[in-house]
Design a protein around this ligand. Sequence first.
Ligand code: MCA
Ligand code: AMP
Length: 501
Amino acid sequence: MTNPLYDRLFGANAHRETPFLHLADGTTITHATFDRTSARYAHALAAAGARAGDRVALQVAKSPEALAIVAACARAGLIVLPLNPAYTAAETEYFVSDSGARLFVTDPARREEMTAAAGAATLLTLGAQGDGTLAEAAADRPETFETVPRGADDLAAFLYTSGTTGRSKGAMLSQGNLLSNAETLAEHWRFTEDDVLLHALPIFHTHGLFVAMNVTLVAGGAMIFLPKFDAGAMLDHMPHATAMMGVPTFYTRLLDDACFDRNVAGHMRLFVSGSAPLLAETHRRFEARTGHRILERYGMTETNMNTSNPYDGDRRAGTVGLPLSGVELRIMERDAPVAPGETGTIEVRGPNVFQGYWNMPEKTAEELGPDGWFKTGDLGTQDADGYVTIVGRAKDLVISGGYNVYPKEIEDLLDAQPGVLESAVIGVPHADFGEAPVALLVPQPNETPDLDAIGDALGAGLARYKHPARLLVVDELPRNTMGKVRKAALRATYAQLLRQS
Ligand code: MCA
Ligand code: AMP
């Protein structure tokens, strides 16, 4: 093999005249057509100046062309850096400049807005309909491409993950990281070429891109590729699918639809949940409604997937299952493993664990030990049977609808607003998104913060999903003897705040 990731995921399917993508408009794209498209994009990326090892920042709508660019990066030895299109220009600028991206691909409608964010990168565009300068540049290129040789240790992707303190960190994932996990999961979850995955996740995170797409490709299967989650569309397409991967919000929204029943789910063989905690109650309601037991798994941007409930064995509600084959997991307390059933921080080691944070050797050393153990920042237990349960997070993080929201990023912005002395952002239970951020503001003495103006400042600076569901003015923040804000106490105080939403 000259390029393990391309060869195994894409090259191995290039001869298949069978469907790879079924689109919402009824069109089907075969594996063979997809491979020819990715060859054209690989030529276009090379013509735009990208060379092996360069970063390509990809902030585009979910489309077959976007996936073809991901494949093009693999075959051209480029490092793909997927970015959420919801990011503001201010957020985007950091990722493009920090990664030193050679190319930055954004939506044609945002070309002007993103010119400054592009910095030294060449700005190209790709629209949801396959329009834009990159699509034009790819249109007449050859449909074969000489694969650029790569090895398992060469980098394939950067995914930025915000830090609980400081700047967002670029997690460097190698070809071997992505491929080993995709192969393990495809086997564990019994994917075959007959599978049709109902795909409604975004493609700028591990879940939608490296789990859903790569597992399908390892098996040579197909995806019903929908632009986003919409319960009605899911119900329409599910009878033609065999598997679905989703965040817990997908499952609660499906259950909220009275038309969702055993018949709709009758053709399905597997429902996978992850990215955020699935309530045991949702698991039970889902089984009662459909007869299916959701298979919950646990992963991270830095590690891909770590654990999974078994395919054949007992899928235990409220647990994330057992360590995947090849993945070691331990629960630690003050540098020593705890007894079975005791709580500690979860550490993992294996071929899935990333190569470190881009240009941040100190941050890397803090979290990834020289012996290969990675500190996840999640708190968990492991029972005598090996089942892992996540009981909390040592890191200050809110997960809203499967998206990570880092309180520190919002607090920094709030603290800089006129009239604000200090702030604290906490995650509060939310019926639809699992949890949602809420901000508590302490005013400067004798001042009244202008909440509308603060809302506008948040809008300009932060993607919509990071906006606090409520801005509350309080007299003071509770602190411990070290002076640290007692967020657990705040979470308890405001636990019912969003219950009605
Ligand atoms: C949308 N909004 C949100 C969220 N999504 N607000 C908070 N949290 C969110 N997750 C905003 C919209 O901008 C909109 O604002 C309003 O909420 C209502 O939008 P709605 O149409 O209801 O939302 P949606 O577009 O249907 O999206 C909800 C969603 C989506 C389907 C849950 O957020 C989603 O697909 N989440 C999946 C995220 C994911 O893939 N995570 C994996 C990363 P307005 O009304 O103002 O317009 S984690 C990962 O990869 C690790 C490794 C792992 O383990 O998997
Ligand atoms: P990210 O940094 O976006 O990759 O998010 C990873 C984090 O999502 C993990 O560290 C966990 O806190 C959380 N997570 C992922 N899967 C699960 C799950 N099944 N249950 C609970 N939390 C999860």
